[in-house]
Design a protein around this ligand. Structure first.
Ligand code: Y43
Ligand code: MG
Length: 212
């Protein structure tokens, strides 16, 4: 089992500013020294895997190899039931090159409309995140988290990132885009969080983080 020590320097192996922000908040209580792949100017590896886990490993191993530090990566996406799980592992690039998430959300919505999926029950989806911790010896360990919800239209809220404004988590009336980061995570050591990332993070904490 891979275990981090208090004060240890850890690369957050992402080039996504939204994820980086979330990881900084989540990791804060554990007394680690954080540096991001962007700050170290690490190359962005090609995500050639066919699963979240494969891509998370690719990113964590690339970062630990390039930096000599332990690395924590995240591969995540939105799996829409009515679209057979798309955009899934391709969520970041599904709308095409030079497209932003406003375009990507329109594409998800229009694809569902083309299938006649108008009622909330036909617009269910899940966010999935797989975190991977890698050490410089090339050992890895992965943790998965899921958040179930419904896709609303039009998108609501301007917090979070990516597809957050159209994702309303199960049991809630507001989208992730309408929630503060703290609400989106709803993370604490003794209760299950709300977001896919915080749910995967709980498992990672249990096994790999120093006790605080
Ligand atoms: O909490 C989330 N709220 C909204 N959207 C989200 C979330 N989590 C993942 N997503 C979507 C957008 C993201 O771009 C894609 C992940 O793609 P993914 O390849 O894992 O990340 P990325 O390319 O943006 O950054 P990087 O690979 O450097 O970590 O799924
Ligand atoms: Mg990526």
């Amino acid at each position: 089992m891979l275990k981090l020590e208090r004060g240890q320097k850890l690369v957050v192996a992402t080039h996504n500013a939204g994820k980086l922000r979330e990881f900084k908040t989540l990791l804060e209580p554990f007394g680690l020294e954080l540096v991001s792949a962007g700050e170290l100017d690490l190359p962005e590896p090609e995500e050639t895997g066919l699963t979240y886990e494969e891509n998370a490993k690719i990113k964590a191993l690339a970062a630990t190899t390039a930096s000599g530090l332990w690395a924590l990566s995240d591969d995540s996406g939105l799996s829409v039931d009515g679209l057979d799980g798309d955009p899934g592992i391709y969520s970041a690039r599904w709308a095409g090159p030079d497209k932003n998430f406003d375009d990507a959300m329109v594409k998800v919505h229009t694809s569902l409309m083309e299938k006649g999926a108008m009622a909330p029950g036909q617009r269910t989806a899940a966010f999935v995140a797989v975190l991977c911790l890698a050490n410089p010896a090339g050992e890895t360990v992965c943790f998965e988290g899921r958040a179930e919800g419904t896709l609303v239209w039009p998108p609501r809220g301007n917090q979070g990132f990516g597809y957050d404004p159209m994702f309303q988590p199960k049991g809630h009336m507001r989208t992730f885009g309408e929630m503060s980061e703290a609400e989106k995570h709803s993370w604490s050591k003794d209760k299950i969080g709300l977001s896919h990332r915080s749910r995967a993070f709980s498992e990672f904490v249990k096994d790999c983080c120093p006790d605080d």
